[in-house]
Design a protein around this ligand. Structure first.
Ligand code: HEM
Length: 675
């Protein structure tokens, strides 16, 4: 099969390309649920088969022979060819499949990258892939077609299976490999006679047959090995835990980094009167979660009691698999940087109006000041409503619900107190207000907001986004204000306590606003280099979401430790922020870490936005809004930490924020706000 669309040069797809395309499930944005080892064997089998079609190797049932060691020009194939060339003993196909299977992950990565480069696949944040439409041409008939590559391959394979067309050798191998992965049943409606035809095809070609046989003979391997080779998860001594200096300061990421250093990347805490907690901490476990989490971990369980408090079920953070991908795709534009870029004038106006209430000489509690400033912008942007009057109440309610149902540090009745009942009524009033302000007539001429997107999803598919979910989803804008507001309070603390950096950020701000308010294009990382690296370092040292919770749904082995099904795991994704092998001298605030050649953030150890499929959907939005706000403050005000000798402590539950005692004093107003 050949890609004909310009500007990409005409390119032949390889068997690994075609296998990946066959296995991609457009609904979930990932592969059909092929167990890891099966997928690995099939991918390696595809590489070997391609090498044999290119006459570099040959196989029979007993041996795999090297015919020609000349490179093919395709790095994926050539790295495997090299390994075969360097082996002096003659081995069979099964030996090679088992030996190469651990490399399948990197082959899949490189294949996905290649397909994205060829514009056959589109990559989406959170490790999802979808298919792009392209023009295709068959070599045999020369006929051209328009559609996605996977449709094209599937149609071709479908014809071979259902129309009794004579398959060419590539099709035979693809049929064998897909059959080995046992995913035809997800792609086609198969009758008995179709299965017979598939078996017949699989027997047509010797190469395909020997590889498929080797793959299926290798399948039992990991299941047998799984329990024999695993290590026992170490249990953290409670005494060591309570003596840790970072626990006392509330710095959870640094605490988990210390524990990982002492006990390894997987360890267990057994707090009195609570279920055991299994922690994953470090760059390797981060990489595992990012890549494999979707197969083994589920979010639904830990989130369901929390969403129930709002009467909701199946909101974005609690969904898994295809439903999650569908909702994430539908809401992507609402949380995108592009949506915010279109409304920067509104952001400047709302931020300045808010800052106009600050009085020089006065001090303000840091988290409240910052949360309210962010909410003054986020609420109108996302739900077209000013929610400053109810923001404090709804935040208290949400934090109480998190402490009761996610962290389980408070008893359930704490959500039934009269003040909590009053607050849930306020939530209902908010939903009513948003709904009544979002009738088509009232929205004429207004830029689209998150509430428009959610309400239209609800109208078009009330089963997918039911009315019972509106309380939760329409108040999500306020929840985002808490996270972003707390990040902003750390940012202002870092700026106010580091005069040299304050000066540099201010210089960038003054240059940016010199000719009036800049448009969104001005906030490119190159244009605000210091501010950008400063914000990255703030999110490393002061991550807001240090840990994510999941339930193990399939037994898994992580870094040699077997994690049993049903366990709740605490993914301490930000522990690596405080590990010296990832970020040398981790307690030092150093914005030069992000410059080449250091590039310390380019590893799985930098994870302030989470990992894998649920990685923060608002990253682009958040980065822009944070940058705009810190630059606006630096341009207009000099702020100081109050009291001046304040030593930063953390309040880590339910998410990280500075301790309540931190205040900001408005020391100087540098220019008019003109509101
Ligand atoms: C500094 C501020 C923020 C931080 C540190 C942050 C971090 C995170 C993290 C770690 C997750 C994943 C949680 C998990 O794995 O269970 C997440 C999810 C999410 N975040 Fe953020 N976030 C921030 C601000 C925002 C903002 C401003 C928005 C909206 C514009 C937003 C939208 C979302 C959404 C929609 C999800 C759920 C994604 C999903 O479940 O697929 N976040 N965030």
């Amino acid at each position: 099969m050949t890609l004909t669309s310009e500007p990409v040069a005409t390119k032949q797809l390889t068997l690994p390309d075609e296998l990946v395309l066959m296995l991609l499930n457009e609904e979930s944005g990932y592969f059909h649920q092929v167990p890891g080892w099966h997928l690995n064997c099939a991918v390696v089998g595809a590489v070997l088969a391609e090498l044999s079609l290119l006459s570099r190797i040959d196989t029979d049932m007993d041996s795999l022979f090297l015919l020609d060691s000349t490179e093919t020009g395709n790095p994926i194939l050539d790295s495997i060819l090299k390994e075969i060339t360097e082996e002096s003993d003659q081995r069979n196909a099964q030996y090679w499949i088992e030996r190469l299977a651990p490399r399948a992950e990197s082959i899949v990565d490189a294949t996905l990258e290649r397909l994205v480069e060829l514009k056959i696949l589109e990559y989406h944040e959170g490790e999802f892939w979808t298919l792009s439409r392209t023009a295709w041409q068959t070599e045999l008939s020369g006929s051209a077609d328009e559609g996605t590559a996977a449709q094209f391959v599937r149609t071709r394979i479908g014809k071979v299976i259902f129309n009794n067309e004579i398959p060419d050798p590539r099709d035979v191998i693809i049929v064998c490999l897909v059959n080995t992965c046992d995913v035809f049943r997800f792609m086609f409606q198969l009758e008995d006679r179709d299965e017979e035809r598939i078996n017949l095809i699989c027997n047509m070609d010797l190469i395909g047959r020997s590889i498929a046989a080797a793959v299926s003979e290798s399948l039992a391997g990991p299941l047998l090995q799984r329990s024999a080779l695993t290590k026992k998860i170490p249990v953290v001594s409670l005494r060591r835990l309570v003596l840790n200096r970072h626990l006392r300061a509330g710095n959870f990421p640094a605490l988990f980094a210390d524990l990982a250093e002492e006990y390894g990347p997987v360890f267990e805490l057994r707090p009195p009167f609570q279920d055991p907690m299994i922690f994953l901490a470090g760059p390797e476990t981060n990489r595992w979660v990012h890549r494999n989490g979707r197969m083994y971990l589920r979010t639904k369980d830990y989130f369901s009691d929390f969403e129930k408090v709002y009467g909701a079920s199946g909101v974005l953070p609690s969904l898994d698999g295809a439903d999650h991908f569908r909702l994430r795709k539908s809401l992507g534009p609402a949380y995108s940087r592009g949506r915010l870029m279109g409304q920067l004038d509104q952001v400047y106006k709302d931020a300045r109006t808010h800052m106009a209430d600050w009085t020089v000489g006065d001090s303000y509690p840091a988290t409240r000041m910052c949360r309210r400033m962010i909410n003054a912008q986020l609420s109108p942007l996302m739900i077209s409503i000013d929610s400053q009057d109810i923001f404090d109440d709804l935040t208290v309610f949400k934090e109480r619900a998190l402490n009761v149902h996610i962290l389980k540090v408070l008893p359930k009745f704490m959500l039934k107190t009269p003040s909590m009942k009053r607050r849930i009524k306020i939530l209902d009033q908010l939903v009513e207000k948003v709904q009544s302000g979002h009738t088509p007539a009232q929205r004429v001429g207004s830029p689209r907001d998150l509430a428009d997107d959610l309400l239209s999803l609800h109208a078009s598919d009330p089963q997918f986004v039911p009315e019972t979910n509106l309380r939760f989803v329409l108040s999500a804008a306020l929840i985002a204000s808490v996270y972003l507001g707390d990040a902003f309070s750390f940012v202002l603390y870092a700026m106010a306590s580091k005069p040299d950096l304050y000066k540099e950020i201010r210089a960038e701000a003054d240059a940016l606003f010199a000719d009036g308010d800049p448009d969104a294009g001005a906030f490119r990382p190159q244009a605000i280099d210091v501010t950008h690296r400063f914000l990255m370092e703030c999110l490393r040292v002061y991550p807001i979401v240090p840990v994510s919770l999941r339930t193990v749904m399939n037994t898994c082995v992580v870094e040699g430790y077997r994690i049993p099904i049903g366990s709740q795991v605490y993914i301490a994704q930000t522990a690596a922020h405080y590990m010296s092998e990832v970020f040398p001298d981790p307690l030092k605030f150093d914005i030069d870490r992000y410059l080449p050649p250091r590039n310390e953030h380019r590893s799985s150890g930098y994870a302030p936005y989470g990992l894998g499929t649920h990685r923060c959907l608002g990253v682009g939005w958040m980065e822009l809004q944070l940058a705009v706000n810190v630059l606006l403050v630096a341009h207009h005000f000099t702020i100081e930490v109050s009291p001046p000798n304040f030593e930063l402590g953390f309040n880590p539950l339910p998410s990280m924020k500075p301790s309540k005692k931190l205040k900001f004093r408005i020391a100087e107003q540098r220019r008019e706000l003109n509101v």
